[in-house]
Structure formats: structure tokens, C-alpha cells
Design a protein around this ligand. Structure first.
Ligand code: ARG
Ligand code: GLU
Length: 723
């Protein structure tokens, strides 16, 4: 055997069974006792599983809230004080800012309870309990049940189950699939709707380093904001009322002043959104070689245009800063993901694993009968779906993300559909809401940018997506404009009232019964409708049919993996439910000869600071505090810690999650992952996958020394677990 062959084999052996390594996994909090406690203790944890999740007593889980359905937040005082990321609260910080009181720029600090700002629409959900209900959900499903019938049986069982589970009036039950539908869990929740804004640093601290530093270590961001949960006089959830009282939680997190060092145990508790750790190699290959590159190139085209305009005009820069950040966030993440998948040889690893899997399968007659063709079948299906999946990706990116004209058209279409389905009253209700949204939208709309983005993306679509997926109208328009995309863009935008707030609003006064007809002559609306018709006829039926088979195969594959590797430790993919990740504080080696430390300090902000820069201009007050070394009790060895990293397995949705020490105290606030490891959604690798957290002492320092809001720190319970 030659040497490279041997090396390849060794490489393969190190990944032979998909045993989750320490650090890997987003675990179900109610199963920690049986699956994880022992390992967690071996990694340094001093608590018991019961301290993390219990239905009988207050436990860590009672302090963890799903923030507005997306991010995570945690309660850090007996007065319902809530901590999350600046970028999670940003929408509200922006909404309640005015030119005179620009909280984005200046920060916001409520100096007493009366100054806290009620955030309309914001909600926080706590978890009462979780329970495995697989057996009940699967009742009546036989081996021979057809895929199409399977889901309707499951839906019926779920509805019956939800109606029968005991709960309080203010609680809600949902049932969600885990392990790609091999397991079902009921989740009982309580949602609080009176949430008020308490504090936020200026953006120059909360988002220091902006897009340049996003997804990158070393980092220096104070990405935090404070809110408060209010409840009625019985401490129960209630709509906003001036009479509501700060919520008294069953548990809140004490805050550790002792900091972290290499090797310390860390636990991240939160609501990770979506991961895909059990895909076959054919799927990973498609993501890496086809879908991610498509998304990246579409967004790159849009971002380049925005960036050019933003650089030339300060007003545009303000208008587009938040949109740019949103589009750039995943544009950048996908690039890191592709790099990481390549570098970690994710496809080859999965292939080697599949070989091992097939060997197991072939050893027994029974499994051979069931699974012999599973993977080859799935690979064929991924081949078949590729073209339509790519078209779908383009469609989604263009229609729902990047071209604003189409986003407007989509919301108008939804309003027209509401009228058709539910009549006039429902229509006017929706119209009132849309009117408000439109005002906000046009405040930040620039028709030149949108027209150029439209032209560039239509060109990409036209050139790269097969003609089967071209709406007739697009073909006609291309003929009319002699195949010139910028002429096409000019024509569509010139003859569309969707680009003009006043005209559109006037137009929307048309009686609802005549509105669809009236709008259908608008060029922008017409093209949008033609595209969505095409989508309904050409893309979604084909895609759904194949995808249903793929999902069914992947469900079977996951079940088969568990059967073939009974000693493997499997954790369910993220699905926005409450999970525990655990690891250690750890630096890493991103490349040859480079070693990253696990922690950054205020000194690094001073190093990165550039006067007047829109990403790296630190506030004067912060620079002064650095000079005077006025760090209070928040420093270690005379230096003020800012961010640190660890090997906790996290993803989008874990933003705002608490980082908790071995004893259950708050040590940090999760907000990002490091560049080399963003492929952890598909292929976690402990050697390079790191989550990034704000050191809690930096949060306290900013609140106390920078903002002068010491009363908020006084409300917390500060502890010294290491002393
Ligand atoms: N990458 C982090 C996350 O996925 C931070 C995003 C906010 N920052 C930004 N520059 N867009 O949410
Ligand atoms: N910033 C991400 C969020 O909003 C967390 C980073 C990640 O994807 O891990 O949840």
C-alpha cells in the first residue's frame, strides 16, 4: 500500500462511525441525564442534569427565552431583566429612534423603569416542559403506509394530542418532528407580550467591526442589548399595560465576575434554527458545488451594486445599511461554509462513512433487503432535482430577498389573495397594515439601486437558468428590448408605479374588486405575476415531488444509521427548539503556523479603531476609559476582556444565547461563529469550529462605566465561583 493510500485510510478511520465528538451536538435538555451528563462532568461541569432542566424545580431552562421567534435571550435578575444580542434587538432600537434621539448612534439607557420603552409586537417565549410523544404521533402508521397518507395520519394524531395534553390556559402546546420525522416531541410554552427596551450600546460598540469583522475571529464586538419582561399582577403573561409588573422568573442566571480561561467548561443554552448533519454525501456535494455558489454569486451581484451607490452618497448609505448587512450576512457565511467543507473534505468523509454503513447493511439479510439501494436511490434523486432546485434557489433569492420591486409586488399579491379568499373586511385590515409598512419601506428605497439590481439579476436568471423556467412574458420582453438587460430594466421600472409611494398609495384606493385588474397592466406587477405563475406551474410541483421522496429517503437513512451504529450518539438537527450545546473555552489553529488565542481585550478595539470609519470608529468615551484604565472590577490582570471563543456547537438562532460556566453562572453571550468553522451546520469539526461570545464582564463594564447605568448591574446577582 502506498503512503497516500494509507494516509487516506487513516483519515477515514478517524471518522468511521458518526459518533458525536465531545463538543459536537445540540442536545435535548430533557435527555441530558441519560445521554450527556457523564461526559459533561468529564469535561468539567460541576452541576447535575437536573440543574439544567427540571420540571419539578426551578432550573436553568426557566431563564432561557426564545426572543421574538428567532434569537435567544436569558433572564438575569429577579426583576425579569433580559439579555440578548444588539443585532437581535436592532429592529426595535431602530424603530424607536428618531433624528433627535438616535439610539442606533447614541445608544439607549433607561435610567429608571418609567423610561423603559414598550416594544410593540415583541414577544418572548419560555419553555414549561418537553415530552417525547413519538408513539402517539405514529399511531396507525404501518410499514406499508404510503408517504402521502403518512403525513395526514400524523397531522391528525398531532391535533388530537394537542387537544388532550394537560396545560394551563396561558400555555400553548406544539408538536415538532425531530430526527427528520423519526421522533416527535411536544413542547409546552408560555409567551410574554409586554417586553420593554432597557438598554443598548451605540452601534459603534454593539456592532463594532460590522461586515468586515462579521463571522471572523479575533473579534471585538459588544453585541448585546437589555430588555425586560413584564407580567400582570399574578405574574402571568399579559398584553402591555402600564399596571403590569416586572416578571418574577422561576430562575434567573447569576453573573460570574471570574472570567474564563483555556479549557474551562462552557454550556450554551438556546434555540438553534436549522442544521443538516446527517445528509448523504450527494447532498453535501450539491450544497457545496451548486446551491451555495449560486446564492453567493446572486448576492455578490446585488451587494456590489448597493456598495457602489452607498459609497457615493451618505443618504443612501444610511438607507441601505441594514439591508446590506442582512444580505451580506449569509453571503459571507456561505463562502466560509464552502471553504470549510472543502478544507475538511466533508464529501470524502461522508463517502467513507457511507461505505462503512453499506458494509453493515450488507451483513444482515434483513437490513440488506431494506437499505441496499437507499443511498444510490437518494443520489439519483439529488441528480434529478438539481436543475429545478437551482431554479428555485434563484427564484427565491431574486423574488424574496434581493429585488425590492418584487417584494412590493409580492405583498400586493398577498393582499389581493386575501380579498379573494376572505372578502372586503380582511382586505382593508391587511391594507391598513401594508400602508404603514409601505411608508417605512419607501423611506429607505432608492429606485436606481433597485433597477440596477433587477437588471443584473434578471440577466443572471436568463443566462443561467434553463428556458423551461422562463416565463413567456420574460421571453417577449427580451425580444422587445433586443436582448438588452438594462433596456429591459429601464422599461419595467419606467412603467411601474411600484417604484413610487405616492402613486402607488393613490392607486390602492381603487375599490378592491377592481384592483387586481387595475394592477395587472403595471409592468412590474405583470412581470412579478408571470414569474410566480411560472413558479407555481414549473418549479414547485416538480421540486416538491422529488423533494418529498428525498426527505422520505433521508428519514429512512437516519433511522438506518441508528440501527447500523447502535453505539453512536445521535443528536437531532436544529429546528428552533430549545437545545444545550457544551464544550470548552478553546483557541484554534486556522492555518499552518497560526494559533488563535481564546480571548480578546479592549486593547484590540484601540488597535482596530479608525476615526470616522463606518465600521471601526470606536466612541471617544470608550477610548478615554481605555486610557484611564477605569475598568472597575471587570478587568483581569489590568486588561479588560471583550470576546472569547469555545467549541460549543451553535448555529443561527443561538444569537443571544447565554454562555454558562460549570456551576450555572452566566459568563458570556453567544453572537457568532468563526470563519473556518461555519460549515458546522453540515459537518462539525472540533478542531476548527468555534462559537464567539461577548465576555459578560465587557457587558457589565459598558453598562456601568460607559453608560453610567450601574443600577442595572446592581439588579443582578454577581458571583465569584472561582474564589
Ligand atoms: N453573523 C452573525 C449572525 O449570523 C451576526 C449578524 C449580525 N451582523 C451583521 N453584520 N449582519 O447573526
Ligand atoms: N449571528 C447568528 C444568529 O443570529 C449566530 C451565529 C451563528 O450562525 O452561529 O443567530
Amino acid at each position: 500500500m502506498n503512503k497516500s493510500r494509507l494516509l487516506a485510510l487513516l483519515f477515514v478511520f478517524s471518522f468511521l462511525s458518526k459518533n458525536a465528538m465531545a463538543g459536537e451536538g445540540m442536545w435535548l435538555p430533557f435527555l441530558l441525564k441519560s445521554l450527556n451528563e457523564k461526559e459533561m462532568k468529564s469535561m468539567g461541569m460541576k452541576m447535575n442534569a437536573e440543574d439544567i432542566y427540571s420540571v419539578n424545580k426551578g432550573s436553568l431552562k426557566d431563564a432561557i427565552g426564545h426572543f421574538n421567534g428567532g434569537c435567544t435571550s436569558e433572564i438575569i435578575s429577579d426583576q425579569g431583566l433580559l439579555l440578548t444580542n444588539h443585532h437581535c434587538g436592532f429592529g426595535f432600537i431602530q424603530r424607536y429612534s428618531t433624528l433627535e434621539k438616535n439610539y442606533i448612534k447614541e445608544g439607549f439607557w433607561a435610567m429608571d423603569r418609567n423610561e423603559e420603552i414598550p416594544c410593540e409586537g415583541l414577544f418572548v417565549t419560555l419553555i414549561s416542559r418537553m415530552e417525547d410523544v413519538t408513539e402517539k404521533v405514529m399511531q396507525g402508521i404501518k410499514k406499508k403506509t404510503k408517504e402521502a397518507d403518512r403525513q395526514s395520519i400524523i397531522d391528525k394524531n398531532i391535533n388530537a394530542l394537542i387537544a388532550s395534553l394537560p396545560k394551563e390556559d396561558y400555555e400553548k402546546v406544539t408538536v415538532k418532528p425531530f430526527f427528520k420525522g423519526n421522533q416527535y416531541i411536544a413542547i409546552v410554552t408560555v409567551t410574554y407580550n409586554d417586553i420593554r427596551m432597557v438598554g443598548a450600546p451605540p452601534e459603534s460598540i454593539g456592532a463594532f467591526g460590522k461586515d468586515t469583522d462579521n463571522w471572523v475571529w479575533p473579534r471585538h464586538s459588544g453585541d448585546f442589548a437589555l430588555f425586560r419582561i413584564y407580567a400582570d399582577e399574578n405574574n402571568l403573561p399579559a398584553e402591555y399595560s402600564a399596571n403590569n409588573k416586572p416578571f418574577k422568573p422561576k430562575h434567573f442566571l447569576p453573573v460570574s465576575l471570574d472570567g474564563v480561561e483555556e479549557g474551562d467548561f462552557t454550556l450554551v443554552f438556546g434555540f438553534p434554527g436549522r442544521t443538516n448533519e446527517y445528509l448523504p454525501s450527494s447532498a453535501v456535494k450539491q450544497i457545496k458545488d451548486v446551491l451555495d455558489p449560486a446564492r453567493i454569486s446572486i448576492r455578490a451581484a446585488a451587494l456590489k451594486i448597493m456598495d457602489n451607490y452607498m459609497r457615493s452618497d451618505d443618504k443612501i448609505k444610511l438607507q441601505y445599511a441594514s439591508k446590506f448587512a442582512r444580505i451580506a450576512n449569509y453571503w459571507k457565511k456561505w463562502q466560509g461554509e464552502v471553504l470549510g467543507l472543502n478544507k475538511s473534505k466533508a464529501v470524502e468523509k461522508k463517502q467513507a462513512y457511507e461505505e462503512k454503513f453499506m458494509k453493515q447493511v450488507n451483513q444482515k439479510r434483513k437490513s440488506k433487503k431494506k437499505y441496499a439501494n437507499l443511498l444510490s436511490d437518494t443520489e439519483r434523486l439529488y441528480g434529478e432535482i438539481e436543475e429545478v432546485a437551482l431554479a428555485r434557489e434563484y427564484y427565491n433569492e431574486i423574488f424574496f430577498r434581493n429585488v425590492e420591486l418584487f417584494r412590493i409586488a409580492n405583498s400586493l399579491t398577498r393582499m389581493l389573495d386575501t380579498y379573494d379568499a376572505n372578502g372586503e373586511e380582511a382586505f382593508y385590515k391587511q391594507k391598513a397594515r401594508l400602508d404603514g409598512a409601505l411608508s417605512g419601506f419607501y423611506k429607505n428605497y432608492n429606485v436606481d439601486i433597485d433597477r440596477d439590481v433587477f437588471g443584473a439579476l434578471i440577466e443572471k436568471y436568463h443566462k443561467e437558468i434553463p428556458v423551461t423556467y422562463h416565463p413567456e412574458l420574460l421571453k417577449e420582453e427580451m425580444l422587445k428590448t433586443g436582448g438588452d438587460y438594462s433596456i429591459l430594466a429601464n422599461r419595467i421600472f419606467k412603467y411601474s408605479i411600484l417604484t413610487d409611494e405616492t402613486q402607488l398609495k393613490k392607486f390602492l384606493e381603487t375599490p378592491p374588486g377592481m384592483l387586481r385588474q387595475a394592477l395587472s397592466v403595471d409592468h412590474g406587477m405583470k412581470l412579478a405575476m408571470a414569474f410566480s405563475e411560472m413558479y407555481k406551474e414549473q418549479i414547485s410541483p416538480q421540486y416538491n415531488e422529488l423533494n418529498e421522496q428525498i426527505e422520505s429517503n433521508n428519514r429512512t437513512y437516519l433511522k438506518a444509521q441508528m440501527e447500523m451504529f447502535p453505539d453512536g450518539r445521535f443528536y437531532p438537527d436544529a429546528n428552533s427548539t430549545l437545545r444545550v450545546a457544551y464544550g470548552n473555552v478553546e483557541g484554534y489553529e486556522p492555518k499552518d503556523a497560526v494559533r488563535y488565542h481564546n480571548k480578546t481585550y479592549l486593547k484590540g478595539i484601540v488597535e482596530k479603531h479608525v476615526d470616522g470609519d463606518y465600521e471601526f470608529d470606536a466612541p471617544d468615551k470608550l477610548l478615554e476609559l481605555y486610557e484611564s484604565k477605569d475598568f472597575g472590577e471587570y478587568a483581569e490582570d489590568g486588561k479588560l476582556p471583550v470576546n472569547f471563543i469555545g467549541s460549543n456547537h451553535t448555529t443561527g438562532g443561538n444569537s443571544g444565547s447565554p454562555a454558562i460556566d460549570a456551576h450555572g453562572n452566566l459568563i458570556g453571550l453567544n453572537f457568532d461563529r468563526a470563519w473556518e468553522g461555519t460549515m458546522s451546520d453540515i459537518n462539525y469539526d472540533r478542531s476548527i469550529c468555534r462559537n464567539i461570545m461577548v465576555d459578560i464582564r465587557y457587558v457589565l463594564f459598558i453598562v456601568d462605566k460607559f453608560a453610567g447605568a450601574k443600577h442595572l448591574v446592581d439588579e443582578m446577582k454577581l458571583v465569584h465561583p472561582k474564589k
